[in-house]
Design a protein around this ligand. Structure first.
Ligand code: NDP
Length: 334
């Protein structure tokens, strides 16, 4: 089914990712238009309504999300709040009959992922997770190499992702973040490694938390963590993530060659990617615009998204396994 209008999107949570990436990307989409917001700040909502030209009646607070049910301007709610609130906001959107995109990590726990998936099924709305790299040409090439095995099946993967947190924010608060850098940054390596393993999840993990150099900042989450994922067939991914060093790298090697994301491996632009055949040079697209347009197109043509809730859930299963391995010092089967 096609419609003669763009689908209306409401961003829930007007923080950095919404302001710097998703809002601007919505100006470039073909099938979506920003038609509303859900925010704790009425003032921000009014600024957004002016900038994006949607009516002030389309500004909601987290407490009034049920009223979205009466608003035909809005088809999709994009949940961009702290991780620990994703379940509450995604479920409220689904109950109001809206399709849902939920940012990564899908939620704090597997149980919350299950609740989101169940709410979307019950409401017969579509659900996708904000894994934008599925629309990046370098990561698409990684997936193609994994599938077509130009370098043989990849056997050895390594990854490192971190930034230096200067002051404590919600990302270091267990209730709002679910954990530390593993939830926020390590998840990219986990997702990327599963892509590199052709969409297959690891069978087991081992992990060690880094000693805390800033225990006052990282009171109830890890400051950093090392982990290894063992994939079926014997491939491994050894990785680390931290809020006290900066890195953004990923490498996959097979018997006949390698692909190495040397810089900005999991970000929006500036990727530097080498392969054993030479460097890759793609023009970086607007990942977020492509991601939102693809989801809108899924709704308009009633096809399944390539990034369903189950993928977000899979990554939380792995993350819970990694935390368990770090806490027990034992190899944990997934
Ligand atoms: P910010 O802290 O910049 O923004 C979060 C926003 O959520 C706030 O501005 C606020 O918006 C709203 N919010 C509601 N309740 C709370 C609360 N209790 N504490 C703090 N904020 C609250 O975070 P980001 O925008 O960087 O991240 C948001 C989500 O997006 C996270 O899940 C993150 O993992 C994900 N993300 C994904 C990226 C990607 O590349 N896919 C990149 C960056 C983030 P308001 O004032 O409008 O209520």
């Amino acid at each position: 089914q096609q419609t003669d209008r763009k689908l209306g999107v409401a961003l829930a949570g007007l923080g950095k990712y919404s302001s710097r990436q998703l809002g601007p990307a919505l100006k470039e989409t073909k099938w979506c238009q920003l038609m509303g917001v859900v925010t704790g700040s009425k003032e921000k909502g009014e600024q957004w309504s002016k900038e994006y030209g949607f009516p002030v009646k389309n500004i909601y607070s987290y407490d009034t999300m049920a009223q979205l049910a009466d608003n035909k301007d809005i088809d999709i709610v994009y949940v961009v709040t702290p991780n620990g609130l994703h379940a509450q906001h995604a479920i409220a959107a689904a109950k109001a009959g809206k399709h849902v995109i939920c940012e990564k990590p899908m939620a704090n726990t597997v149980a919350e992922c299950d609740a989101i998936i169940a709410a979307c099924k019950a409401a017969k709305v579509k659900l996708s997770i904000g894994y934008r790299l599925h629309f990046d040409p370098y990561h698409k090439e990684l997936m193609r190499l994994a599938k077509e095995k130009d370098f043989g099946a990849f056997t050895t993967m390594t990854g490192d992702r971190g930034f230096i947190m200067q002051t404590k924010v919600w990302r270091a608060d267990k209730k709002l973040a679910g954990g530390g850098p593993l939830m926020d940054l390590g998840i990219y390596i986990i997702h990327g490694a599963c892509m590199t393993a052709n969409g297959v999840a690891p069978v087991a993990v081992t992990a060690q938390e880094h000693p805390k150099t800033k225990p006052e900042m990282f009171t109830d989450v890890e400051e950093g963590i090392n982990w290894t994922m063992e994939f079926p067939g014997g491939a491994t991914c050894t990785a680390q993530t931290s809020y006290q060093h900066s890195a953004d790298k990923f490498r996959a090697e097979g018997p006949k060659g390698f692909i190495e994301f040397k810089e900005h491996a999991f970000t929006y632009r500036g990727m530097v990617v080498e392969t054993s055949r030479g460097p890759l040079n793609f023009t970086p697209p607007n990942q977020q615009a492509l991601q939102m347009d693809d989801f809108a197109n899924c709704i308009l043509t009633n096809r399944n998204t390539i990034i369903p809730g189950e993928l977000g859930r899979r990554d939380l299963v792995i993350i819970e396994g990694i935390y368990k391995a770090a806490a027990t010092g034992k190899r944990v089967e997934i």
